[in-house]
Structures are given as C-alpha cells and as structure tokens.
Design a protein around this ligand. Structure first.
Ligand code: FSO
Ligand code: SF4
Length: 512
C-alpha cells in the first residue's frame, strides 16, 4: 500500500494511502518513487566518489519525486537502476522505516527530504544553464544520509532542517544568477492573455532553458509560443522577450489545466511540474521533457529536439480567429518582471513613499495555487488590501489575483509580480534592502508574508525563510500533514508561524 503525504492536497489532510493519490499518482508509481528515494539514500550513505555526472543523477532523482512531475513507472525504474549502479551494491534504504518512525522524527526528516526535493528542482534549472554549487550539491548527500540514519535524534535533525533552508537560499541565488546571466535582468512587462490566429505551442513549467531552445527551434516556422503557469515570468527576460513569436500567456494556474487544455488546437509542453493526468480529449497533444514523465505521452529526450511538438502544433493549426483566454477575474492581460533588479532600481521612490505615508504596508502574497476551495482566501485578501498597501507576489498562486487592476502607487502597480517560486530570492533581496534602508531588521518592516503552499518547492522556500529568521508568516490554505503537533508547536513558539484564518480577520490582525 502506498504512503505519501508530501503535498497540500494529501487525502483527508493526512496521507494518500489507497490505490492512487489525489494527484493521480498510482500506488505502483508511489512505491517506485520510494524505491528511488531509498536508492538515493543508500548512495549518499555509501560515501560515493562525487562527480558532476553523479550530482546530476542525484538532482534529477530527487526532482523526479516532486509532486506532479513524474507518473511514468518505466522511466522511474530506469532512474533507480542508474542510481543503484553507482551505490556499490548497497540495497535501497527501506522508506517504510521513515514512514513508520516516531512522529516527530518523521516530521523533521520529512521537512528535510521534501525540502531537498524542492531544492533539487532549482539546482536542476541552474545546472542546465551551466551553474552548480558545491555547497548546494554536497548538502543533498548530507540531507539524504540523515534521512536514512535510523539512530539520529531531534537535536541533530533540527539544525539540518534550517540547514536545508540555508542551502536552498544558496540554490535560489545560484538559479537567479544563472537565469539573469543567460537572459538578462527581468524588466516590467505587460503580457497579453489573447491568442493570435495560427499554430501555437503552450509551454508550462519553470525551465527557461527549454523555453529558449523551443523559441530557437520555432523561429521562422510560423508557430507562436505562449507561456502557461510558472512560465509566465519568462516574458520579462530580455533574452527571451526578444523573440517576436513569444506572444503571450495562456490560461491560469496548474489545477485548471484539465479544463483549460480541452479542445485547444495547440501542442502543450511540460518542462516541470505541475502536470496533471491528461484527459483523453487532449492527451495526444501533451509532451514532456527533462524530469517530467507520464505513460503514453511523447517525451522529448536529452537531445532537446522539439520537432514532434512543433509538428503537432502545425498539424493542429491553432484558432481560426484571435481568442482571449481571460484570467480568473476576467482580466485579459497580466504584468510581470518586478524582480529584485526592477524593484531595487525604484528603491529610493519606494522608501520615500513609505516615509511619506503613501505606502502603509507591504504584503507578500505568494506561493502555489491548488484546487482547494479555501484558496479563494488569497483573492479575497488582495481585494481587501487597503489602497495604501502594496502586494508583492510570485509563483503560480498569483493567478488568483494577477489579472485584477487594483491601481498604482507612485507609478508602480500595486501588484508586483516578482516571478516564479524560486524568485522568492528576489523578495528576500528586496526585504533585506528595505530593512537596510530603514535601519531595522526584516521582522520590523511593515511587511507581512501570506503564503500559499502546495508542493515541495514551497517547503524548501519556507525553510529558507525560517533560516533567515523571518517571523509571523501566515501559511495556508492548510498546514502540512507531515508536521507533527510537537514540531508545529516548536515552529509557532520560535517563528510565530500561523495558519491563515479569514481574509478579514487576518487583515485586521496585521494592520490593527
Ligand atoms: Fe506552482 Fe506547481 Fe512554482 Fe510549484 S506550478 S505549484 S511550488 O510546481 O513550483 O509554484
Ligand atoms: Fe497524495 Fe500529494 Fe503524494 Fe500525490 S503527491 S500521492 S496528492 S500526498
């Protein structure tokens, strides 16, 4: 029987244990993902001779087990064989030992394991752009060894939990460097949600390198490219927006894909999560690459020859007339590109606006979106935010409100989209710079973090925020099932983490 409780939509708020998880992962695939994790742990414990190639395998192995990435048993089996071949004959660690460990040990090890799974996704995106960090990669082995250490105690695990956050900060910084060195500093950019006539490809996920390769391969072929989900911030990078056939953004957040992709005469490419089991009505048009996999879908391999995707788009032909695919609030355009480069270049004006009382408070309302009805909280919260407050946002949770026009303060839109989830790094940089400008600590700023979480990248980011000592984060729509009551008490006592309640109640508590 499967056991998985790594994401926010886990069954009954406890664990997915039946024949399949809420995400559609079958028990067989869950077992294989456990076996892959067990093989990675055995490898880490065997003190292997590290190499770039081995680090890459470990990074990809961890990334493969993130929610909504890989549902393909055959592909996961190959990954297991690849890891076992490196671990000197050591058998995979039995993950049952982790799932049945005392609940506080299990909670701490889960925070570490899920945190490094999320971090590995970022390490992978940096790696394909030629950037790696020994501190980051080395930590993956340290973390895996600790998860597989049956004698380790809470005192040793706690620093590793915060250490995961520290390593992830380095990793997000690395990815920020990789992205900006490759494609330039993001600039504020208005993105249409209207699709033009003619063949088109919709690219989802976080991997800018895959998008760039696809843009090169589609150039001059009469095939337009649209971003989806977490790929939206790509429009802000000079090195990507220069492609005239990168036209706009299609649809909203990941959980709406089964509805939004039906009957669309286009090809879809998933470079990362969040892939949902495709419906028959459009499965023949969905392609995967890198760590993503689903049985029956065409996978674009390491050669990154996207011709099957392009050919499919040409065959489907696109819409016969232009069509708007509005956001969840009916808006037909969104703005992105307010990373640390853009925001810090306006820092003087922002600091001045705070001092003059034009900006009373900043909210970072960001994180993942998901299917739970309670996630309306985040739309309502932003709608309710007073006119003298700014909303910083990032990741796919922003689709709850990024098509709203809630005005400007001092020439800056009140909603500033900082980018993908990994661009939490930008938010951290901005917060540290503001604290510097005001001569105070980050916790003394007029800034509150209201975070939505779904999968393991959000776990890694949360741990980074805790590592930085950021307090009083509000987390929703529900708290992680893998955090035991005692560990939650610890987080509340030391970091003031609070579950979201109601938008009005939280707003009142924050602004007084
Ligand atoms: Fe969303 Fe999915 Fe970026 Fe996540 S598309 S939920 S935290 O993968 O990674 O925000
Ligand atoms: Fe359940 Fe989430 Fe695990 Fe999928 S990833 S099996 S939904 S806990």
């Amino acid at each position: 029987m499967m056991f998985c409780f790594q994401c926010e939509q886990t069954a009954g708020g406890r664990a997915c244990t039946g024949r399949a998880g809420v995400c559609g992962k079958t028990a067989d695939v869950a077992d294989l993902q456990d076996r892959l994790t067990g093989a990675l742990i055995a490898l880490a414990k065997s003190n292997p001779a590290r190499s770039e190639a081995l680090d890459r395998k470990v990074i990809l192995g961890l990334f493969t087990t993130v929610t909504n990435v890989n549902f393909d048993a055959a592909g996961i089996e190959r990954a297991i064989d690849g890891i076992l071949a490196e671990s000197g004959g050591a058998p995979p660690y039995d993950m049952e030992k982790l799932w049945s460990a005392p609940e506080d040990i299990r909670a701490l090890k889960s925070l570490i394991l899920f945190g490094v799974r999320g971090m590995a996704a970022y390490a992978y995106h940096a790696l394909v752009l030629g950037h790696a960090d020994e501190g980051v990669n080395g930590f993956l082995y340290t973390a895996l060894s600790a998860v597989g250490d049956d004698a380790i105690g809470q005192e040793e695990l706690l620093p590793l939990v915060l250490g995961t956050g520290e390593a992830n900060l380095k990793c997000m910084e690395l990815l920020d460097k990789a992205n900006t060195e490759a494609y330039g500093t993001p600039e504020p950019t208005k993105v249409t949600q209207e699709v033009e006539v003619g063949p088109f490809i919709v690219v989802s996920g976080h991997d800018l390198h895959d998008l760039k390769l696809l843009l090169e391969q589609t150039e001059g072929r009469g095939v337009n490219v649209y971003t989806h989900g977490e790929m939206l911030p790509a429009h802000a990078y000079p090195g990507l927006k220069k492609y005239a056939h990168l036209k706009g953004n299609f649809g909203t957040a990941w959980q709406n894909q089964q509805k939004e992709f039906a009957d669309v005469p286009a090809a879809f490419l998933f470079t990362t999560n969040c892939l949902m089991p495709p419906k028959d009505s459009y499965a023949g048009r969905v392609f995967t690459t890198a760590a993503v996999g689903y049985p029956g879908l065409t996978h674009i391999g390491e050669d990154k020859d996207f011709w099957p995707v392009i050919e499919k788009a040409i065959g489907l032909g696109g819409y016969p007339s232009a069509r708007a695919i509005p956001g969840v609030n009916g808006g037909t355009s969104v703005t992105t590109g307010f990373g640390h480069g853009a925001v810090l270049s306006a820092a003087e004006a922002v600091v001045g606006a705070v001092k003059a009382g034009a900006i009373r408070h900043f909210f970072l309302v960001g994180g993942c979106d998901g299917a739970r009805p309670g996630r309306n909280y985040f739309t309502d919260f932003v709608k309710m935010a007073p006119a003298d407050t700014m909303i910083l946002t990032l990741a796919c949770g922003k689709y709850r409100f990024n098509d709203l026009d809630i005005g400007e303060i001092g020439g800056l839109p009140r909603i500033l989209d900082m980018g993908q989830c990994n661009d939490a790094y930008s938010a951290i940089k901005v917060a540290l710079a503001l604290a510097d400008a005001f001569g105070c600590g980050v916790n003394d700023l007029p800034l509150t973090l209201v975070l939505s979480w779904y999968e393991q990248k959000a776990v890694s980011i949360l741990l980074t925020l805790l590592h930085l000592g950021i307090k009083n984060i509000r987390l929703g729509p529900s708290l992680p099932a893998f955090v035991s009551p005692a560990i939650l008490d610890f987080l509340v006592a030391n970091f003031g983490i609070a579950p979201t309640t109601t938008p009005a109640g939280d707003m009142k508590a924050i602004l007084g």
